[in-house]
Design a protein around this ligand. Structure first.
Ligand SMILES: Nc1ncnc2c1ncn2[C@@H]1O[C@H](CSCC[C@H]([NH3+])C(=O)O)[C@@H](O)[C@H]1O
Length: 336
């Protein structure tokens, strides 16, 4: 069989993706975006600042210019781009995400064959312990993971645009550090909020929410969503909570939300990524496999969520698309 040039090119573009990722990771590890921003423009200057070999820096920067991360060249001087600017260290930087993907996640993906073949975590093979245990024992990685989660929260500000929270009591179940609830309450001055999560999340969430909206419009309730959720909410939110739990556990959370709702006009808002079996798109499918490789978890299809909601006496009343292929499902209780 003869393979044409375009087909070969397509395959090569895909299989070198990991190399591109490692090149970008190395640039962040060496602090190249910061150094270029600080005006160090030649290979020699960058080599001196990073302690790396000048030849190595030259060869790496040549690729990064070709990839559009930097502009210029090593003799007349490199310049930053909007991509390298996003990697400069500081609040909101995407640099931590590059480091986490380039180290822990890259090692975990090295065991993709095992993870997919057995539907179990590749991370555990690579590191000898579950991902969340690892985070509990390595503060630097935990910090990077938190920063990566925050980076992935860029759809939060759009949530008040796709659902009307005015005058509502919002219960954020598994609300984490309170960023989403704070964003909603800041955008909707007459809404009130309850953050519900495990006990250990309370101090951080309280600090964030009180700083954002003051102590009066928000309460914090520690607990276990598999046992119960706070009563009397007009809107229950489940944002990025379901992927790590099996179907039975998810139905239980849905049942608790339905039972706790203030009245039939109350809604459940599910914010998550969903995979599609027909006409799939790449990012949700990739992240679904990524969940498998790191934690053994998964993203569901909307059909499957619909069935689980049905078992809890609820149905989808509307949907809205959010950035980064995140979807908002607006869920209503079915009349008894
Ligand atoms: N059994 C449980 N009860 C309440 N919260 C839980 C439980 N298990 C996990 N969580 C929380 O679920 C959250 C999942 S991470 C998502 C956090 C947040 N909604 C966001 O989108 O940024 C974490 O904050 C966990 O502590």
């Amino acid at each position: 069989m003869t393979v044409d040039v375009q087909t070969t090119r397509d395959v090569v573009d895909i299989i070198t993706g990991g190399w591109r990722a490692q090149a970008l990771y190395t640039a962040v590890k060496l602090g190249l975006p910061d150094h270029v921003e600080a005006g160090l423009g030649t290979d020699a200057e960058l080599a001196k600042a990073t302690g790396a070999s000048e030849g190595g820096v030259h060869r790496l920067m040549r690729l990064l210019v070709a990839m559009g991360i930097f502009e210029g060249d090593g003799s007349t001087g490199y310049r930053g781009t909007r991509v390298s600017a996003a990697l400069i260290e500081g609040p909101g930087s995407l640099g931590d995400m590059c480091l986490l993907y380039g180290e822990e996640f890259y090692s975990a993906w090295g065991h993709a064959h095992h993870a997919i073949g057995t539907e179990s975590s590749g991370f555990e093979v690579a590191y000898g312990r579950p991902f969340y245990d690892h985070l509990g024992q390595d503060a630097a990685v935990a910090r990077r993971f938190q920063a990566t989660m925050n980076t992935a929260s860029m759809f939060f500000h759009r949530v008040p645009e796709v659902f009307d929270f005015s005058g509502k009591r919002v219960v954020d179940v598994g609300g984490g550090g309170g960023q989403l609830l704070a964003t909603i309450l800041e955008a909707v001055p007459d809404a009130r909020g309850t953050l519900f999560d495990r006990e250990h999340m309370m101090p951080k969430a309280r600090e964030h929410l009180v700083a954002a909206v003051g102590p009066d419009r928000v309460e914090l309730v520690p607990g276990d969503m598999f046992r119960s959720v706070p009563e009397g909410g007009d809107v229950y939110v489940l944002c990025r909570v379901l992927a790590g739990h099996d179907d039975e556990a998810v139905v239980r959370v849905f049942e608790h939300c339905r039972r706790a709702m203030a009245d039939p006009s109350s809604r459940l808002l599910i914010l998550d990524r969903f995979v599609a079996d027909e006409n799939p798109t790449v990012l949700p499918s990739l992240w679904d496999l990524h969940l498998l490789v790191t934690t053994g978890g998964e993203h569901r299809t909307v059909d499957r969520i619909t069935r689980l909601l049905g078992r809890a006496g609820m149905e989808i009343a509307g949907t809205a698309e959010l950035p980064m292929e995140t979807t908002a499902l607006i869920v209503a209780p079915r009349p008894a």
